[in-house]
Design a protein around this ligand. Structure first.
Ligand SMILES: Nc1ncnc2c1ncn2[C@@H]1O[C@H](COP(=O)(O)OP(=O)(O)OP(=O)(O)O)[C@@H](O)[C@H]1O
Ligand SMILES: [Mg+2]
Length: 434
C-alpha cells in the first residue's frame, strides 16, 4: 500500500486519505481522478475487515471499459487475489487476516433502479457532474441510503463514519457546485479537493495542447483546472467575434463546382439555412444565409435559384430530430422532399447533444490556443451574425430560444457534421447527458 501511495499525485493523495464524510476530487480531464478512486478503494480494503465498497460510473459501458480494466491492472499489480464477476458487477478480494474477503460493488448511475439491495461501508462516484442535476441528486440520495454498513475496524487511520466520495470534472454550475460550492461550502463534512490536468505528469506531453484545440477558451479553465464556470446569461457563441471571424469571401471566390455545404433547420414558417464552403487553407467560410423561408419547397427553390449547378454540388445537412411542429414525422418528409429534388442529404439518425454542438462551433470560431477556423461573411449573413451575438444561456444550461434563431441550429448541424471535433481522451470517453 505504501509503495503504491508513494506514486500518488498530491491531489490524489489528499482524496485517497480524506476522512471527511463527503470528499470531492474536482479536477481537470486526465488529472488522475479515476486512478485516485481506485486507490481510495484500495485504502479501505486494506484497513476494514470484510469491507464492502460501492463504486459508481455514469454508465454500464464505462464500468466495463474503464473501471474493470483499471481495477484489474492496479489490483493485479499490487499482487492481490481477487475474482471479478462482470455480470453481477461484483469484485471480491481476498485480503490477509484479519481483513478477509472484501467486496466492491459496481453500479451505473443511469440505471439507478439497481442501486438497491446491498449495504456499503463507503462509496465513490466517478463523473457525477455529467448527469443532469436532478438525476445526480436522485442518484446521490440512493447511494447515501445504501451506504450505512457498520464498521468494526480498530484501525485509527480509517474514517469513523460512512463516506461518499466524488471524483469528477465539473460541468458548469451543476451538482458538485450545488453541494460543495454553494450549500455546504463551509461545512467540514464536504471536503473540496481540486486537481489540475497539468499536475498529472503521467499524461502524454501533447495531451493539454490537443485539448486546447478542441475547446473554446471560456470552457478550458473548467476542463483543465477543475473549476466551475457559470455560463448563465453569457452569450452561447462566446468565441465568435464579428470582426475577427469576418470574411470578405463570397461564393464567387470558389470555382463553379465547389461543393456547397448547406445546414438547414426545419420549423414552421421559419426555415433557415446557411451555406458553407471549405477554403484551400482548410478553414470554413459561411458565405450566405437563407431565413424566414416558409417551407422546404421554398428552401429548394431558393437554393436552385441562387446557386448554379445546385443539385450537383450541394449537400444539405438538416435537423435530424424531427422536432418540426408541423406533423409528427414532418422532418422525415422534409428530408424526402430534399432527396426528391436531387440533393444529397446528410442526416444522421440523431442530433448530437446541443451542448456538444455549441462547443464544436465555438471551438471552430476560436479555440483555446487562439486559432480561428470558421469565418462568416457578416455582410451577407446579417441574421446569422446577429443571432450569434445575441443568444445567451439559461439557468438550466440550455441556449435561450425566442423562436428566431433556428439559423444557429442550421450552422451547428452542418459544422458538426463536416468538421466535428475529436476530443483527446485518456481513459474516459466523455459522457454528456444533456
Ligand atoms: N499516480 C499515478 N501514477 C501513474 N500513472 C497515473 C497516476 N495517476 C494517473 N495516472 C495515469 O494518468 C492517466 C489519466 O489518469 P485517470 O484516467 O485516472 O485520469 P482521469 O482524471 O480519470 O481522466 P478522465 O478525465 O479522462 O476521466 C492514466 O493513463 C493513468 O494511468
Ligand atoms: Mg476518469
Amino acid at each position: 500500500m505504501s509503495r503504491l501511495q508513494a506514486k500518488l499525485l498530491p491531489h490524489q493523495m489528499q482524496f485517497v486519505q480524506s476522512n471527511a464524510r463527503y470528499p470531492a476530487l474536482i479536477a481537470g480531464y486526465g488529472a488522475g481522478k479515476t486512478e485516485a478512486l481506485v486507490m481510495r478503494v484500495l485504502r479501505f480494503i486494506s484497513g476494514i475487515p470484510n469491507a464492502v465498497i460501492g463504486v459508481y460510473e455514469p454508465t454500464v459501458d464505462l464500468i466495463k471499459r474503464i473501471l474493470y480494466p483499471r481495477f484489474e491492472e492496479i489490483f493485479g499489480g499490487a499482487g492481490l487475489i481477487y475474482t471479478l464477476n462482470k455480470t453481477d458487477g461484483i469484485l471480491e478480494v481476498f485480503m490477509p487476516p484479519p481483513i478477509g474477503k472484501c467486496q466492491i460493488i459496481f453500479r451505473s448511475m443511469d440505471n439507478y433502479s439497481r442501486i438497491i439491495g446491498y449495504e456499503t461501508h463507503h462509496a465513490i462516484l466517478d463523473e457525477i457532474d455529467t448527469l443532469p442535476k436532478d438525476k445526480a441528486f436522485e442518484v446521490w440520495v440512493r447511494v447515501l441510503a445504501r451506504n450505512r454498513k457498520g464498521s468494526h475496524t480498530q484501525s485509527a487511520s480509517m474514517p469513523k463514519k460512512n463516506t461518499v466520495g466524488v471524483t469528477t470534472t465539473p460541468e458548469g454550475f451543476n451538482f458538485t457546485y450545488e453541494l460543495w460550492g454553494k450549500t455546504h461550502k463551509d461545512n467540514p463534512d464536504y471536503e473540496l479537493i481540486r486537481g489540475r490536468t497539468a499536475d498529472n505528469w503521467h499524461l502524454p506531453s501533447d495531451y493539454i495542447d490537443a485539448l486546447r484545440r478542441t475547446y473554446p477558451p471560456n470552457l478550458i479553465d473548467a476542463y483543465l483546472n477543475g473549476e466551475w464556470v457559470n455560463l448563465v446569461g453569457n452569450t452561447v457563441y462566446s468565441s465568435f467575434d464579428r470582426y475577427k471571424n469576418h470574411t470578405q469571401l463570397t461564393l464567387d471566390d470558389w470555382p463553379a463546382h465547389a461543393p456547397l455545404h448547406i445546414g438547414a433547420d426545419f420549423n414552421v414558417v421559419r426555415m433557415a439555412a446557411v451555406t458553407v464552403l471549405k477554403g484551400e487553407d482548410g478553414h470554413y467560410y459561411v458565405v450566405d444565409e437563407m431565413h424566414k423561408l416558409r417551407d422546404t419547397p421554398a428552401l429548394i427553390e431558393t437554393i436552385n435559384a441562387r446557386y448554379p449547378y445546385a443539385t450537383r454540388r450541394a449537400t444539405i445537412y438538416p435537423d435530424a430530430s424531427g422536432r418540426s411542429r408541423k406533423t409528427v414525422d414532418a422532418s422525415k418528409s422534409d428530408i424526402r422532399l430534399l432527396r426528391e429534388a436531387h440533393f444529397r442529404v446528410n442526416a444522421p439518425k440523431k442530433n448530437p447533444p446541443v451542448k456538444d454542438r455549441v462547443i464544436s462551433v465555438n471551438t471552430l470560431f476560436c479555440d483555446a490556443t487562439g486559432d480561428r477556423r470558421l469565418f462568416v461573411n457578416t455582410d451577407r449573413c446579417p441574421a446569422l451574425t446577429e443571432a450569434l451575438e445575441r443568444q445567451v444561456w439559461d439557468e438550466n444550461g440550455n441556449p435561450v430560444k425566442d423562436g428566431t434563431e433556428d439559423i444557429l441550429d442550421a450552422l451547428g448541424y452542418v459544422m458538426t457534421r463536416i468538421a466535428g471535433l475529436n476530443r483527446p481522451v485518456t481513459a474516459v470517453t466523455r459522457m454528456r447527458m444533456v
